[in-house]
Design a protein around this ligand. Sequence first.
Ligand code: G6Q
Length: 536
Amino acid sequence: MDRWQALTDVPVYQHLVGLAQQPFDLASPEALSLARIRQYCCSAAGIDLLYAMQRVNDEVLDGLQQLADQCKLIEQFRQMRRGAVMNRIHGFPSEERQVLHTACRDLFTESPVEPNASGQARSEIARLKAFLDDLDDGTLVNAQGHPFDTMIHVGIGGSDLGPRSVYEALRVYGRPGRQVFFVSNVDPDDAAVVLRRVNLATTLVNVVSKSGTTLETLTNEALIRRAYTAQGLDPARHCLAVTGEGSPMDNPTRYLRSFYMFDSIGGRYSSTSMVGVVMLGFALGFEWVQEFLEGASSMDETAEEPEMRRNLPLLLAMLGIWNHSFLGASTVAVLSYSQALHRFAAHLQQCDMESNGKSVSRYGESVHLKTGPILWGEPGTNGQHAFYQLLHQGTEIVPVEFIGFRQSQYEEDLEIEGSTSQQKLVANLLAQSLAMARGQENENPNKKFPGNRPNLILLADRLTPKIMGALLALYEAKIVFQGFCWNINSFDQEGVQLGKVLASRVLALMQEVQKGSEGDSAVEMALLRISRMTVK
Ligand code: G6Q
């Protein structure tokens, strides 16, 4: 098989380096014409991407299309969806897995592109539906015969961030009388706060861990189980499991119901698997889960379109490549003008930085290029009163991805001084986008805004379950395309595994300190003694 190539290895690379010497000047008069704004627009699955505020022109876009073609990005994406083993480092021991998160939502056609994985997903979905029906029709109730009204979702990293951000985004669709809490941190106060707020008797505990070995999750599960026992309740009648087949948590006798996630689905890509949808099904009901998955599926379809200007995820990815790999920006900010998306940047931070924070290629060689950027963000307009100063006038250029909606979710709005709050919100977004691009002249240097801060806007009518699914899949595909372009493995996470090993090692040392033995790790020992931490 031919080797995959990084962007620096393909013919068009030098041409793009040349174009990057004089990128399109957004601050010049007339740069942002009506024609440009109309032309630089792409839509898919209910989401519009407005990218006139990027430092690109047709020549750059043609070059980026060639880059995508020469790096065979669409071909790789198609192979990934069809079950190729993309999670590997050739020539070295590695995870050697397929990458099939897209199969979890390829459920809306008679012929899914990877029938095996979609078949497995379909049967888990059917089991979820049966579980939700049992809750609804009163087959599944607590020991006192009362319905369950609360869920505590226990998980960390990929088993927490995506599901939590989607739940927060879709709260408005929540079924009346049902509530969800999350416990992730091993800080015992995280669980303590939640335990104080719920009635355990009517609560389900959804323990989510693909490996079934994660210290934080197992510790929190034990803590919550103890709380049940202390109240004379049987935890096995309240706990659910979402885990990998054969994991230590794959033990149906300990759980009321168990659901599987599969090896081919990475934690940070797992929101549309049982990792996310068991909790979402409980909170929102099965129909909204279907809509959510449908939105994601339709974005996956779009991502196979070869023409970049019509492929929203590819376009988003290539604009990011332009800013990072050619114009030299080191970070990217995702600024959602939607309070419901207040945890979305935290999810993307993991999904992007864990996937593309790599320094060896898929062949185990050190890379000679910058890989993934630092991703961060907070909702607007709050951010405007905080860090936007740096975005407008700082010495660091931060490309921005704005996300906004034409309508609010609750539509409980008020017209004050001629405009509603939603109109004020969107007006702020548009104004910020233009100000960053165009800048503003002033004789006073301190009041001058240089402009040429590249940004784009993702705009949809309303944040519905379908749009949320599409948005999630859009960013997943963007991250995957960029990883292919840098020729790195976006699907493993040795840095996270290291953290898990280090924590166990230090815990073992704490035990030695307690016993009075010195052990052989002098530095860790010294630290432990100074911090006066011991364990029983
Ligand atoms: C995600 C990572 C990581 C993982 C957590 C939880 O891609 O692998 O964030 O999701 O460490 O792992 P478990 O689900 O196995 O508990």
